[in-house]
Design a protein around this ligand. Structure first.
Ligand code: PLP
Length: 348
């Protein structure tokens, strides 16, 4: 499809930088980022380190690179990472953990992309030459395939406690951590407190065109910096793109509440449609997963027909679809999208 859909609920990655964000980018002070001489990158990293309560942070081209460099930094080849069976790093990073870090992944099941400290305890392997070394626990907050769910700080603290007690490190994929913060009122630093590395994505709901920022201790960041060079993530006048992140942290965080309101609005509007399966109470942030099996159409068919109405919502499998709200869709748009879905479902 070449033309842009009128209402794009495919992902919160579909935002376009606003005029004001572009102005901030155009006017950014820049320097050689590889030499740590870019003032705007330094500002962004300082902002994120402070936000997350960490010593330091690294600006990277993508969230995927934040995960992959963190994994590389925490592990040695042959180690094992414990993570949820729906994790982004398991499904959507091209096999990166195996290819780039030579690690094994131990997956845990659990509702809404979450698992318990007891499950982690049970998954940690005994020491001894027969066993790969359990080395890292990795969580997503919010959970992506888990439906945009927000972890409780108590659960996170308990899991990190078990990990640290057994000598494992802890990593938080915070692609949408600021959605969790705005939805729960819990500060980012409270979520991040017991997590050795944490990152946030600038190019999801925050609306910047590119970039992620990975934070941790001085020692972690020093080692991660080596891997940033190895992986080709060191840049030059990157202040041009970091400026979008600085702008986003100043202007686009609190407004995530509007995305969450719009997500709930969409869920409530589509819940009464015959054949649509959804629990509106499960919508905690900006993602709406719903089932279309009852319409007699498959999710790819519904997706294709919605496009004819100018609405893009992605199929996740045969019957599940995922809509994501973001700063380029307003309440009118989600009402229009819900109306289009009703029409596609044959009810109006
Ligand atoms: C999008 C996403 C990533 C990867 O971020 P990119 O910036 O797209 O590379 C990692 N984890 C989660 C949970 C995500 O949603």
């Amino acid at each position: 499809m070449s033309e842009r859909p009128r209402i794009d609920l495919y992902s919160d990655t579909q935002t376009r930088p606003s005029r004001a964000m572009r102005d901030a980018m155009a006017n950014a002070e820049v320097g050689d980022e590889q030499r740590n001489e870019d003032p705007t990158v330094r500002t962004l990293c300082a902002m994120v380190a402070e936000l997350l309560g960490k010593d330091a942070a690294l600006f990277l081209p993508s969230g995927t690179m934040c995960n992959e460099i963190a994994y590389r930094t925490h592990t040695q080849p042959g180690d094992e990472i414990i993570l949820h069976e729906t994790s982004h790093a398991l499904h959507f990073e091209g096999g990166g953990p195996a290819a780039l870090s030579g690690v094994m992944l131990r997956t845990l099941p659990g509702e809404r992309g979450m698992f318990t400290a007891g499950q982690v305890r049970g998954a940690i392997r005994d020491h001894g030459p027969h066993f790969q070394r359990s080395r890292l626990v990795s969580v997503e907050n919010t959970t992506n395939l888990g439906g945009g769910a927000v972890w409780s700080v108590d659960d996170l603290d308990e899991i990190a406690g078990v990990a640290h007690e057994h000598g494992l490190s802890t990593h938080m994929d915070g692609a949408r951590l600021m959605n969790a913060v705005v939805a729960s009122g819990v500060p980012a630093s409270a979520f991040a407190r017991d997590w050795d590395s944490v990152w946030i994505d600038m190019s999801k709901g925050l609306g910047a065109p590119v970039g992620g920022v990975l934070a941790g201790s001085h020692a972690f960041i020093a080692e991660a910096l080596r891997h940033k060079h190895q992986f080709g993530g060191a840049m030059r006048q990157a202040g041009i793109i970091a400026a979008a992140g600085v702008y986003a942290l100043k202007h686009n965080v609190e407004r995530l509440a509007e995305d969450h309101d719009n997500a709930r609005r969409f869920a409530r509007l589509i819940a009464p449609i015959d054949g649509i399966g959804i629990d509106p109470d499960a919508v905690e942030t900006n993602m709406i997963y719903f089932d279309v099996a009852g319409t007699g159409l498959t999710a790819p068919q519904v997706s294709e027909r919605l496009l004819e109405h100018g609405v893009r919502i992605g199929p996740m499998d045969e019957h599940q679809m995922r809509a994501v709200t973001h700063l380029d869709v307003d309440s009118r748009s989600v009402e229009d999208a819900a109306r289009a879905l009703r029409t596609v479902a044959g009810q109006g």
